[in-house]
Write a protein that binds this ligand. Structure first.
Ligand code: SF4
Ligand code: FES
Length: 226
């Protein structure tokens, strides 16, 4: 199939004036994914196109981007599903943009509780992966509060821990009762549960059905009970 894609290129958000959009045409067999299309472009007309990827099967979380404003994993998005128009491909919001579609996930990793139990080790030393969460950053990007609170000059979200971090805090409090008080202290910070405005976009875009919004609501209910 032949498909055109409109891709954000450059090192800063469009509002800052340096990023721009460019159209690319790809020709790939049926069954190809958006990640295949990005690779087609990079190995062809745009060898400097930057995007992140690793596993190609929805488990590493690196390839999340926005398609027409909605967060998706590029490796799980069928190119066929984008037919009928020119989809706009942008990097995630609320994370520091490196270039083109590649963002720096460091702030997300740093927001997660440290030394949690029951979980798989991630590739970042001392940071441990939270069960089904693949740390893709989709929820952080989709959340209107994090998007609004993100400071492009520092690359940080000020005033809200974010949905992935609060979901991890809740699960850690369940998995490790001995840390429940510690986790509650984190969740009760002004930038914790209280900063969530209940938009639930986090739960709508999460590719692993972590439902961060549900975890935040469970924390809220626990606070109300005690
Ligand atoms: S909670 Fe879901 S959307 Fe958020 S980082 Fe984890 S896997 Fe991605
Ligand atoms: S490349 Fe690993 S989730 Fe897409």
């Amino acid at each position: 199939m032949t498909q055109r894609l409109r891709i954000q290129l450059g090192g800063q958000a469009p509002a800052a004036g340096s990023a721009h959009f460019e159209d690319f045409e790809v020709n790939l067999p049926s069954g190809a994914t958006l990640l295949d299309a990005l690779e087609y472009i990079r190995t062809g007309v745009a060898p400097d196109l930057m995007y992140r990827h690793s596993c190609h099967h929805g488990s590493c979380g690196t390839c999340a981007v926005r398609v027409d404003g909605k967060e998706v994993l590029a490796c799980l998005t069928a190119l066929d599903s984008l037919a009928g128009g020119i989809p706009v491909i942008e990097p995630l919001r609320a994370l520091k943009l490196e270039k083109d579609l590649a963002v720096d996930p460091g702030a997300l990793f740093r927001s997660l509780p440290k030394n949690t139990s029951h979980l798989r080790e991630s590739e970042v030393e001392h940071y441990i992966r939270f069960e089904d969460c693949i740390e893709c950053g989709s929820c952080v990007s989709a959340c209107p509060v994090t998007a609004r609170s993100w400071d492009a000059s520092t690359g940080k979200v000020e005033g809200f821990l974010g949905p992935a971090a609060l979901a991890a805090v809740h699960r850690e409090s369940l998995n490790s009762p001995e840390r429940a008080e510690e986790m509650r202290t984190v969740a009760e910070r002004p930038d914790g549960v209280a900063a969530c405005e209940k938009h639930f976009d986090c739960s709508r875009v999460c590719p692993r059905m972590v439902y961060p919004g549900k975890h935040i609501e469970m924390l809220r209910r626990e606070f109300a009970r005690t």
